[in-house]
Design a binder for this molecule. Sequence first.
Ligand code: SF4
Length: 286
Amino acid sequence: MTILAAHRQHSRRFEEFKYVYPVLSRRSHGISIGLNINPDKACNFDCIYCQVDRTTESAVKKFDLSVAEQELREMLEMVRSGEIAQHPPFNSVPRELIRLNDIALSGDAEPTTLPNFSETIQTIARIKPPDAKIVLITDAGGLDRADVKRGLEIMDANNGEVWAKLDAGTEDYFKLINRTKIPFVRILKNISEAAKARRIVIQSLFLKIRGVGPSEAEITAFCQRLREIGNIKLVQVYTVARKAMTIVDGVPAWQFVTALSNAEVDAITERVRVEAGVNAESFYGQ
Ligand code: SF4
């Protein structure tokens, strides 16, 4: 049975998919197909700014690779054929943006917690077009797992890219923002080890807590960590763009976690360029 035949047979809309969802990425001028391999919302971190609502249980709890593969095949065909342009919101975007840029492992939590991580990467690599990237968006907590390392090697051979989260330069700030029991030193070691084998992208989100952003000293330490990691292709400096769904000491975080201004984001980006000596881009909250 061909992919197209399968799609016609089921005549499903992607809104009904369990694991696969399309996102229009203006940054990459194309479509990113997201693969949520953590419908259980399991994560190594409990970031103060997390947008995943963990007060409700998700309808889908377990990742089923065979179902995800079928959904991915159907989604790839919808993008390839242009059929996706019939579906909102893709029906209102310029035709040149209806092209596949990447397949991203992200979603409701941390992809490296998946027990069959390498098998999942192998499956994606087998069915994706060669020029489409595989992007792993990770908090780096599981990059030291043997199966994850195998998966990264498969990614290396198949146009893969690791986007690792690093939101702090010091242990104290890391604990305040990412709220995890994993020691900061282990996260740094995992990112450094991954960067030894391939150039990586760092994603860094900075914000204000009760009106106060990261200190000058924190950004100095952050730039020092970037220098120590080395082999960084790009640092993406973000701030919060949507409502934080976490509860901190009984208070919803959205009440006191706010975005940096565009100028404050740019100031950090510039310090990364100058002090860490790496390429950096700003992504604003407003
Ligand atoms: S790593 Fe991502 S999913 Fe996990 S808590 Fe942080 S923001 Fe949420």
